[in-house]
Design a protein around this ligand. Structure first.
Ligand code: COA
Length: 260
């Protein structure tokens, strides 16, 4: 897999996607969004890949937003299509991926950058990171799911404040808000992401993808997450991973999950 704007590595089933447009602070242009879709899709389809880390290249930015130069002259129809297509092929796509996605926020995560981090399954950040949804300062609103996911993660009142002020918050404040799970130094960020990824990779990938679905359904309109949990729980009983997990426990050994 080679891409113009992404670097992909794979270490023992832990893949890392690095958005690589450092001169533009890794801003998400349409090409990069398309490449991200293909990269996530390919990695998700590869059974050997157990976790995916998404990060930005350089020391300054995770992603400084959607590429403003691309949409500055868009019409109403083009604006709506941009948001709809982006949500479908990247942001919702990542949220619903069956492979766990960890966002390692290594610097500015603004606008589409924070939206990409929020679409990931969870987030960790380096202590230099700054996060925010500055769209209203440009005369637009977040269009890649930001109004919805920020409120889900930090609560409605705090989301209202962050969106209305277009302000940036520090990594530490983001942790206090529940937006990121851990804050660490820049040097320790990827090692911490890898450590979390390898902890995840020891568990049943089939059960993890069922858990992602059930947790996501808590936030899907018109869907009863408890019902999803019940049926996904039941489905687990028919998997090879469940047989292996319970057998290994009873035999007092570590499970070696086939991922089926
Ligand atoms: N879209 C397009 N280009 C962007 C960008 C974006 N979202 N964010 C940064 N860039 C580009 C800059 O235009 C600049 O390019 P140039 O060198 O060709 O002029 C380059 O990245 C470096 O950015 P610069 O603004 O010079 O860095 P800085 O350290 O002074 O400021 C930020 C950093 C993040 C505060 C500032 O770049 C910024 O406010 N970016 C836009 C953030 C935003 O509003 N995002 C939401 C978009 S919907």
């Amino acid at each position: 897999m080679t891409f113009e704007n992404l670097l992909i590595t794979n270490e023992n089933g832990c893949a890392t996607i690095t958005i690589n447009r450092p001169k533009k602070l890794n801003a998400l242009n349409i090409d990069t969004i398309n490449e991200l879709h293909n990269a996530f899709k390919n990695l998700d389809e590869d059974a050997a890949v157990k976790t995916i880390i998404i990060t930005g290249s350089g020391e300054k930015a995770f992603v400084a937003g959607a590429d403003i130069s691309e949409f500055a002259h868009f019409t109403v129809e083009e604006g709506e299509a941009l948001a709809r297509n982006g949500q479908e092929i990247l942001f919702d796509f990542v949220q619903n991926l069956s492979t766990p996605v960890i966002a390692a926020v290594n610097g500015f995560a603004l606008g589409g950058g924070l939206e990409l981090a929020m679409a990931s399954h969870f987030r960790i950040a380096s202590d230099n990171a700054k996060m925010g949804l500055p769209e209203v300062s440009l005369g637009v609103i977040p269009g890649y799911g930001g109004t919805q996911r920020l409120a889900q993660l930090v609560g409605k009142g705090r989301a209202m404040e962050l969106v209305m002020t277009a302000g940036m918050i520090s990594a530490e404040d983001a942790k206090n808000d529940g937006l990121v799970n851990y804050v660490t130094t820049q040097e320790e960020l990827l090692p911490l992401a890898m450590k979390l990824a390898s902890k995840i990779a020891r568990n049943s990938s089939v059960a993890i993808s069922a858990a992602i679905k059930a947790i996501n359904d808590n936030f899907n309109d018109g869907v009863n997450g408890f019902e999803t949990e019940i049926s996904e729980f039941g489905n687990c009983f028919g998997t090879e991973d469940f047989k292996e997990g319970t057998t290994a426990f009873l035999e007092k050994r570590r499970a070696n999950f086939p991922g089926e």
